[in-house]
Write a protein that binds this ligand. Structure first.
Ligand SMILES: [Mg+2]
Length: 190
């Protein structure tokens, strides 16, 4: 699977230089096991969306990282159908006939957003999916500050950065270089 050149992502990185706070997450966790979904829901976050690669699965994989099984069940129990995945591979125009998106939905049992713009652009497409829910009541979870955190920040969502990636095996080298600048400005995976 070839990941296409993300021009919007590069343009957004220039915007981040002007306004660096766009890439500062509200919450930093080790991985999704550290997210208290019950507490988050009680606090008024009524919908939640996730990045896929390195956050839930290995890059280009369809299966949940096995140690996350219980956490993922808790998330789905709390959020039910108000959970979605926003990937820069599955569900994009690169995903022929939505094959990746369908495989992922079958495996993870949540909706995979079909979207034209790649993160960090396209937040409006997610909000449209969560019909009628204000951005401030939506959390976005991902492992990359420049793509996932900025994606959520652009719309005013709560942003949660996962610091421990599942794996980088098979990932796009450019995506790695551009995407893993962490919230404190360090390069690397933290
Ligand atoms: Mg990722």
């Amino acid at each position: 699977m070839v990941q296409s050149f993300n021009l919007q992502g590069i343009l957004q990185s220039f915007r981040v230089m002007v306004s660096p706070r766009l890439m500062v997450p509200h919450i930093v966790v080790r991985d999704i096991r550290d997210i208290n979904f019950e507490q988050l829901h009680k606090a008024g976050i009524v919908a939640i969306a996730f990045d896929k690669d390195n956050c839930l699965t290995r890059p280009y994989g369809h299966d949940l990282h096995p140690p996350f099984k219980d956490a993922w069940k808790r998330c789905r129990d709390v959020y039910k159908d108000q959970v979605a995945i926003v990937s820069n591979s599955a569900g994009t125009p690169d995903d022929k006939d939505d094959q990746l998106a369908k495989a992922l939905e079958s495996s993870l049992q949540v909706h995979v957003l079909r979207h034209k713009e790649k993160k960090p652009s396209g937040g409006q497409e997610l909000l449209k999916h969560f019909d009628g829910i204000k951005a401030a009541k939506v959390a976005f979870v991902g492992d990359r500050a420049l793509t996932d955190v900025v994606f959520g920040s652009n719309e005013g969502m709560l942003t949660i950065l996962t610091k421990d990636v599942v794996t980088e095996e098979g990932d796009n080298p450019m995506a790695i270089r551009v995407g893993v600048i962490s919230f404190d400005g360090d390069y690397g995976n933290g």
